[in-house]
Design a binder for this molecule. Structure first.
Ligand code: DGJ
Length: 689
């Protein structure tokens, strides 16, 4: 609920309150964000008191010698008016200065969410507060949007900058949100890594100055996921104050916590200003991505539960929203590029007999794609592998009683491809330097509408021809040499690339809502809320070693629910780690996600076939709980580092599925105690699978 009274804005969710107010000079002063307050709690009492002399700081107005923006808790802050902390915006204003001063002009409360024009956004919010600020000396306006999601205990924030002056404005940096919070000995928790070691949780103390979580690869990246937390130093999985932040965006992101000398922590999140510059001409506006904020005083699990609900109810949309996801078989790790139709049909037959519901044909079905050196960009089906075409193959899969799914990597082109030979100008490259490749491929210039049309047309055609009901959308390199002849200001490249991607995804999938899209970028290189607006699930990592997956899925579980994580059982010893793990362990980890199998089935023993059949039957029985139950990380009571405990609880609280994993043997281990939380009071049977 949003209430406005005496210049005070109050946003309540079921368990949290967010308060800010307009100061006498029109700035927005942040007052409080935390656990739900009583309705009669007063902003005046809670607000920061300014009684201390401002010393060497700048006084905003001579009429109040204590009013210094540098010392205040704010909702938005400018450059050049005495606040030396990092401003959420760096704007070269129409008067050619970097000085802005946005002050309150008006506000309105709107029912529900307010959709965006240029970017995907959340939906189903209860109410939105729109506050319009105006620069005190120009016709530049800033709209701040706050949408409240009461049940999920989340608030989203974003900004829209509008230039109504005659001269252009240059945006060098604009965040989606900033907020100043009193320090609680915060630590920043981030999900970092790289290919095959995505999303490992790390903790860094928020010291004086800037603590940053950002990506520069053109994607949200496997290096640093856009989501981060700020938690008080005493927070645990189940207790203590934890703030969570995320961004509905798939490109370069920037999140920071800046602790000032007065122990105020400025939190910001938005598009990364790295190589960013946007020209805003008269009557144009610029929309920032939507940032998601949540708070819980129930520790990390409390924060995660809010974020999980938010993703399942307000990000994932369409026919697959909260729908059970199929158990799939993917041929990639079974065959790589070395397959033909009869080999695949043999795999499909076995997969079906094991209980798989969807057969996914991965990379290598088109052009001269017999290795990763050629073929990307082409859409002609490889006749050597599929002499009767792809439709005939897809029909055979359906005749077996499985759905058919197909892999694409539409944003890429190999120099060795018909597309590149015909249209070298479609590839992103510097105008005069030798191109740099990644995985032997170049990025297609989707800032260019003609390139987007090529992709939409070809992917759409293949989908309609084959009747595919699932797509794996891959993207296997970082962007370098960001340059597009299609745009005049190259500082706009990265953001226009991402807007181009969203345009392609909407044009292909909006009219084919039955298709389940699983996005992938060498695994989890683009595991973010922007992609989740289109693809209900993401291929979490190319690392399917279950012990590694405990860290990867475990890290992601802080912000993303199991329904978003593709998790497959693969061969052992594992291809990357050479670790040998029992089939049961591989399943026990994968079942806390969207289950699939990705291994050469012809090497399975009779015992393994029997075991997999049982696994899949068990998974199907409890699939709703695994995918949509309340996922909780159980704190191991004695702090044992070789134990990981996950629990998924049915939404009625009557059933809990617990995974108790021991990652390493330790000498003279003491006994373990199985801790189960969140069940309705009563008597329970405990069964071991
Ligand atoms: C990277 C993906 O993460 C893999 O699962 C597989 O699809 C390969 N690309 C195919 O090239």
């Amino acid at each position: 609920m949003i209430t406005v009274k005496d210049n005070v804005f109050r946003l309540d969710t079921e368990n949290t309150t967010y308060i800010f107010r307009i100061t006498k000079f029109g700035h927005l002063e942040h007052v409080y964000y935390g656990s739900l307050l009583d309705q009669d709690d007063s902003a005046d009492v809670m607000a920061q008191k300014s009684s201390v002399s401002i010393g060497s700081s700048i006084c905003y107005d001579g009429s109040d010698k204590l009013y210094s923006l540098d010392n205040m808790c704010l909702e938005w802050s400018d450059n050049g008016r005495g606040d030396y902390r990092q401003s959420p915006a760096e704007l070269k204003m129409p008067d050619d200065t970097f000085i802005s001063d946005f002050a309150y002009l008006s506000h309105r409360i709107i029912d529900g969410s307010v959709p965006m024009k240029t970017l995907p956004s959340s939906y189903g919010g209860d109410q939105t507060l729109e506050i319009t600020l105006k620069d005190t000396t120009s016709d530049v306006f800033l709209d701040l949007y706050y949408t409240v999601f009461e049940k999920a205990d989340c608030i989203t924030r974003r900004a829209v900058l509008k230039n109504e002056s005659d001269d252009p404005l240059i945006i060098r940096r604009i965040m989606s949100m900033m907020v100043d919070l009193p320090d609680e000995c915060f630590h920043m928790y981030t999900l970092d890594g790289g290919w095959i070691k995505e999303a490992h949780l790390h903790k860094i103390p928020v010291g004086y100055g800037m603590t940053i979580n950002s990506s520069t690869t053109g994607s949200s990246s496997n290096r640093h996921n856009p989501a981060f937390m700020l938690a008080s130093d005493i927070a645990t999985e189940d207790h203590g104050n934890v703030y969570g932040f995320n961004l509905i965006y798939s490109g370069n992101h920037f999140g920071s916590a800046e602790k000032s000398g007065r122990d105020i922590v400025r939190v910001s999140a938005g598009i990364n200003p790295h190589l960013f510059e946007w020209i805003l001409n008269k009557n144009e506006d610029f929309e920032t991505p939507e940032a998601v904020l949540t708070f819980s005083d129930k520790g990390f699990n409390g924060m995660s539960h809010n974020m999980h609900d938010f993703v399942n109810r307000h990000i994932v949309r369409g026919q697959w929203k909260e729908k059970e996801r199929p158990v799939l078989f993917n041929n990639w790790e079974a065959t790589f590029f070395d397959f033909n139709e009869s080999k695949l049909l043999q795999l499909a037959k076995t997969a079906k007999s094991l209980g798989a519901e969807l057969f996914v044909l991965d990379d290598g079905w088109f052009g001269e794609r017999n290795s990763d050196e050629a073929g990307l960009g082409d859409y002609n089906v490889n006749k050597k592998k599929f002499p009767r075409g792809l439709k005939s193959f897809a029909d055979k899969i359906r005749e077996m009683g499985m759905d058919f799914g197909l892999w694409f990597e539409p944003e890429m082109v190999n120099p060795d491809s018909s597309l590149y030979r015909a249209h070298p100008e479609y590839a992103v490259k510097s105008p005069d330097k030798k191109p740099v490749l990644g995985r032997n491929q170049m990025v297609l210039d989707i800032c260019n509408k003609e390139v987007r049309d090529y992709i939409v047309e070809n992917v759409g055609r293949i989908l309609d021809e084959t009747g595919a009901s699932y797509v794996k959308w891959d993207m296997n390199r970082h962007i370098a040499e960001a340059f597009s002849p299609a745009i005049s200001n190259q500082g706009e490249f990265y953001h226009r690339y991402i807007m181009g991607l969203y345009d392609i995804l909407s044009r292909i999938f909006d009219k084919r809502p039955h298709i389940l899209l699983e996005s992938c970028s060498s695994g989890g290189n683009r595991f973010d809320l922007g992609m989740l607006c289109y693809s209900p699930q993401v291929w979490t990592s190319d690392d399917t070693d279950p012990i590694e997956r405990l860290k990867i899925q475990g890290g992601l579980s802080y912000f993303y629910p199991p329904s978003t994580m593709g998790a497959h059982v693969s061969q052992s010893p594992h291809q990357q780690t050479l670790r040998d793990t029992p089939l049961s362990t591989r399943f026990n980890v994968a079942c806390f996600g969207c289950l699939g199998y990705e291994l050469d089935l012809k090497y399975l023993s009779h015992e393994e076939i029997k075991e997999i059949k049982e696994q899949i039957a068990f998974y199907k029985k409890y699939r709703r709980v695994f995918q949509y139950g309340r996922f909780t990380r159980i704190r191991e009571s004695r702090g044992k580092e070789n134990k990981v405990i996950w629990q998924s609880t049915s939404n009625d609280g009557a059933l809990a599925l617990t995974g108790f994993f021991q990652t390493q043997a330790a000498a003279a281990e003491s006994d373990d105690k199985l801790i189960v939380t969140g069940l309705r009071p009563g008597r329970y049977d405990v069964r071991k699978r």
